[in-house]
Design a protein around this ligand. Structure first.
Ligand SMILES: Nc1ncnc2c1ncn2[C@@H]1O[C@H](COP(=O)(O)OP(=O)(O)O)[C@@H](O)[C@H]1O
Ligand SMILES: [Mg+2]
Length: 313
């Protein structure tokens, strides 16, 4: 699906998750102190997208995912899944990978998948399961015990386990945390792959580059509230900091000084302008005076800069 098509159809897409004013207060019977997990969270996840729930530790990501998957009861607000509130049917359409999943350690990878398949009332052949293990690069380790699996292998078999019931929605809590660069890459590729196969993915992370690399949309959650939601491109587009224009073939360039910083290297001239409004005028004038434009590159704020600013707003 091209981006253009996606943009055109925005608004027509079905909401897989709709959360309104969700509140979670953790109260301990032994301690007077209450702690706030969510403080009026609003968010929506649309069909077919990869939505990244981004926030610092303690922001409420796990709390939100656990309420969505019915592992926790909210103190207030509502969660609508596939258009229905908490129906068993809707819950069956969901797969969940918790943070740091643990499995029966004495089972082999193959036995684990057989076990979970039976829980779903399925009885796949060994060959079918082998295929699944192959997809996540675990075919060679299928007869090894889970206790000997690395963190990356656990995450990958965890992902396959969430897919056994063939869900339409995958909810993944920090699926990339604690993985080495190779493990992260493999997990990211897998998440993209299952999304391409038509599954909606909601995942949480406190790591920006991971979210930036695979998500269509991002929601930044801070102190139990959604601070900002948008397509990554949109969030960052609105934050162009300056534009770098590179051109050649012009001798007289002093007139450009009023538009930004100029630098000349041999025949090539660089102009860095903050005046994004006047960009078209400048480009036209350069061409009119015989200059040849080599490149025009908008320099955006990185998601990291944006994130830090959002935290401080
Ligand atoms: N079981 C719990 N009892 C009391 N407070 C909790 C519990 N779980 C989470 N919290 C609190 O709720 C807030 C959000 O936590 P959490 O959802 O785990 O955040 P995140 O996953 O974004 O790191 C934190 O302040 C945390 O201390
Ligand atoms: Mg968490």
């Amino acid at each position: 699906m091209s981006n253009l098509w996606q943009e055109d159809c925005r608004g027509l897409e079905m909401k897989v998750i709709e959360i309104k004013n969700l509140v979670k207060i953790y109260a301990s019977p032994f301690m007077r102190k209450k702690s706030i997990g969510l403080n009026g969270l609003n968010m929506e996840v649309e069909e077919g997208e990869i939505f990244g729930l981004l926030g610092p530790n303690g922001a409420g990501k796990t709390t939100a995912l656990k309420i969505i998957t019915h592992l926790l009861k909210p103190s207030g607000g509502s969660v609508t899944l596939f258009g229905g509130v908490g129906s068993l049917e809707a819950r069956k359409r969901m797969g969940f990978l918790p943070e740091n999943p643990t499995f029966y350690r004495h089972l082999t990878g193959m036995e684990l998948l057989q076990f979970y398949s039976r829980l779903y009332g399925k009885n796949p052949t060994r060959k079918e399961l082998e295929e699944k293990l192959k997809v996540v690069g675990l075919k060679d380790s299928q007869d090894r015990r889970i206790s000997g699996y690395s963190k990356g292998m656990l995450q990958r078999i965890g992902l396959i386990q969430t897919l056994i019931g063939d869900p339409d929605l995958l909810v993944l809590d920090e699926p990339l945390s604690g993985l080495d660069p190779v493990g992260r890459r493999e997990m990211k590729d897998l998440i993209r792959k299952v999304n391409m196969e038509g599954k909606t993915v909601l995942f949480s992370s406190h790591i920006l580059s991971d979210v930036e690399a695979i998500c269509n949309r991002v929601g930044i959650i801070v102190d139990g509230k959604m601070k900002k939601v948008g397509h990554i491109g949109e969030i960052l587009k609105s934050e162009i900091r300056y534009i770098d224009i590179e051109f050649e073939g012009m001798e007289e360039i002093d007139w450009l000084n009023e538009y930004g910083d100029l630098k000349k290297e041999g025949k090539v001239i660089y102009l860095r302008t903050k005046d994004t409004e006047k960009k078209d005028k400048v480009l036209k004038e350069i061409s009119r005076r015989g200059g040849r434009i080599i490149s025009v590159v908008p320099q955006r704020q990185s998601l990291e800069e944006h994130f830090i600013r959002t935290l401080n707003e």
